[in-house]
Design a protein around this ligand. Structure first.
Ligand SMILES: *Cc1c(COP(=O)(O)O)cnc(C)c1O
Length: 392
């Protein structure tokens, strides 16, 4: 069997590889603690579970869904954006339901870019922006995210000929993997440059509702004029512990939403209606107490982990959002060396920063989506390993 040549151009999906590594070590009888994967450990918000049980008993939900998302679900996203961000969205033309935002991110790239086109992709970043650009036959142009620049890309460093061939600029704030947040000034500049060059600005808002010490992330669509050139992905996965449910929405520029809808209606038939009903019930239920309790839990874990890393001599300041800590590998190890070191000397799995792009080399990511006592145990083991088996 010979796969399509495009399959040779993409690396194996990182988290699949991490899963395999953990499985292998566990088979050897090791008690492995995985701090690798960003997937909430707590149960889904109860209102979603209750609403799903009712919805699934209603045979109306058993048929093909509305391809673009049910009217009621799109209404609830529109209300949420109004309440949460003061952004007004027409549910019919400026909102589309997605089978998780990963699906929408991938398909937006297919709808917008092909051979000869460029996709502007932050580095490090969620791997899907790059791999889907390659699969679609386009080129991805890396935008380095560095600590010196607060992990914001230097948009003015993008050469004119690159802008001219670019079709999409990806942004993701609050940011995975760095934990960085964007300022309004940065968003204003991004909107200005994308309008100037007629490049679709795509904001991945997976972590918009995660925030610590009172921080609340802005939506890119709050910037005046943003809707003329921008689209944003809002996912229920991370704030409501619903990663397994596969439900999200894209909102904003009606032309981009329409293109996504055209492509998707030829590929899938939308999220299960019962899941859309449960998502709607969640957004309409005043879920703030739930969001705040999760944020408090992640904040407590963040504080514990930042303290532990600092005690190991690893410098890191506490991020204001996301459930990730991003830090340089100790003793000048490469990402891969450090990942191997901690697997073998601490039975702890971390994510190598280089998996998110070339500029992630030398960095590591810890995810806080693990039981607090296990997190503490993993950090204790890391400290012990560094003390008892210092890397050469
Ligand atoms: C988790 C994550 C996603 C995927 O979210 P789903 O809605 O579950 O597909 C997208 N982007 C980033 C940056 C993420 O971390």
């Amino acid at each position: 069997m010979q796969p399509a040549s495009r399959m040779n151009q993409i690396p194996p999906y990182l988290f699949l590889e991490l899963d395999k590594l953990v499985a292998k070590q566990r088979q050897l009888g090791r008690d492995v603690i995985s701090l690798g994967i960003g997937d909430p450990d707590r149960p889904t918000i109860p209102v979603a579970v209750d609403a799903l049980k009712l919805a699934v008993d209603n045979p109306d939900t058993h048929r093909y869904p509305n391809y673009l998302g049910s009217e009621a679900f799109r209404q609830s996203i529109s209300h949420w954006y109004h309440q949460r961000f003061g952004v007004d969205l027409d549910p019919a033309s400026e909102v589309i339901g997605l089978i998780g935002s990963k699906e929408g991110i991938a398909h937006l790239i297919w709808a917008m870019a092909g051979p000869g086109d460029i996709v502007l992709v932050p580095d490090p970043a969620y791997p899907v922006y790059h791999t889907q650009s390659i699969l679609a036959g386009a080129q991805s142009y890396p935008l380095p995210l560095t600590a010196e620049n607060q992990f914001l890309p230097d948009l003015n460093a993008i050469p004119e000929d690159i802008w001219n061939r670019a079709k999409i600029l990806w942004l993701n704030y609050p940011n995975n993997p760095t934990g960085a947040v964007a300022t309004r000034e940065f968003y204003q500049e991004a909107v200005r440059l994308c309008l100037l060059h007629d490049v679709l600005l795509a904001s991945d808002g997976a972590y918009l509702d995660i925030g610590f010490d009172g921080y609340r992330a802005p939506s890119l669509l709050e910037i005046p004029g943003a809707k003329e050139i921008a689209i944003e992905f809002y996912s229920l996965s991370k704030p409501f512990n619903m990663t397994g449910w596969r439900i999200a929405a894209a909102v904003g520029n009606p032309q981009a939403i329409g293109l996504l809808g055209t492509l998707k209606s030829n590929l899938d038939s939308g999220p299960f209606t019962a899941i859309q009903d449960a998502a709607r019930a969640t957004l309409e239920s005043n879920p703030w107490p739930f969001i705040q309790s999760m944020n408090q839990l992640y904040q407590d874990r963040r504080d514990l982990a930042v303290q532990a890393l600092n005690n190991m001599g690893i410098a890191i300041s506490p991020p204001r959002s996301t459930f990730y800590l991003w830090f340089q590998a100790p003793f000048g190890m490469t990402s891969q060396e450090a990942t191997n070191y901690f697997v073998h000397h601490a039975d702890v799995v971390l994510t190598p920063g280089e998996a998110y792009g070339k500029h992630g080399e030398g960095w590591l990511r810890i995810s806080l989506t693990i039981d607090t006592l296990r997190l503490q145990e993993g950090l204790d083991r890391m400290a012990r390993a560094l003390r008892d088996h210092p890397p050469a």
